[in-house]
Design a protein around this ligand. Structure first.
Ligand code: NI
Length: 221
């Protein structure tokens, strides 16, 4: 299972954003409201009302940050970033193993992301756990960092035993539905861009970028 971790926001930007989020006390509600009926049995957290002004404003700024990030663009080949929302998981809360809905009112989920908004030292537990065939991978990142992983995987949020975990989550509908195809394309793009940085433009690189673009055309839906 492949995934990408990356710093999206500087510490000062995260601080400002968190202040704004926590100030809007009236807009936080029970997370069960937005889970499917099966997943809701596993879900136990607080979520910021997506229609609130705070949520709309901050989601938009995070979406723009992600859109303009070259690494995220190359890895996920995004058609759209959607369903962005904010959750708080307090003591004794978590979210058991589940798979995200494939189609949401906001779009198809090819990739899921979690942007961590407070520091790992601020809470115990609360790891994002992604299941692989043999084992699972636990992820807990510094504030401002995100992980992007295939929505096809079973994942959970381990129970928080102390403090509170604050994250932004959302989904990416990609031009490329298949994880395997997307990863192949990422390898070609990253390699070609590395060559470009090291040696500059060349007719040979033009051919590689041409083939890359045409592969995206062929594999895209
Ligand atoms: Ni999920």
């Amino acid at each position: 299972m492949d995934y990408l971790t990356h710093q999206l926001l500087e510490q000062s930007a995260v601080k400002k954003l968190v202040e704004q989020l926590l100030q809007d006390k009236a807009s936080w509600e029970d997370g069960k409201k937005t889970a499917g009926s099966y997943a809701s049995l596993q879900k136990n957290n607080l979520q910021l009302n997506r229609k609130s002004k705070t949520s709309i404003e901050i989601s938009e700024s995070i979406r723009n940050k992600m859109k303009s990030n070259p690494l995220i663009k190359s890895y996920s080949l995004p058609r759209q970033f959607h369903g962005i929302n904010f959750t708080r998981t307090g003591e004794e809360q978590g979210y058991g193993y589940h798979v995200d809905n494939p189609y949401m009112s906001s779009g198809r989920s090819d990739l899921s992301f979690t942007l961590f908004l407070n520091e790992p030292e601020d809470y115990q537990g609360g790891e994002l756990s992604i299941q692989t065939i043999q084992t699972h991978k636990e992820i807990k990142l510094p504030a401002g960092y995100l992980v992007i992983y295939p929505s096809t995987s079973l994942h959970s949020v381990k129970k928080v035993t102390k403090g509170e975990r604050l994250v932004c989550i959302g989904w990416i509908q990609s031009y490329i539905r298949s994880n395997e195809d997307r990863n192949l394309l990422f390898g070609i793009d990253a390699g070609a861009k590395g060559l470009l940085a090291e040696h500059g433009r060349s007719p040979q690189l033009d051919l590689i970028f041409q083939a890359y673009s045409n592969l995206v055309r062929r594999l895209g839906d």
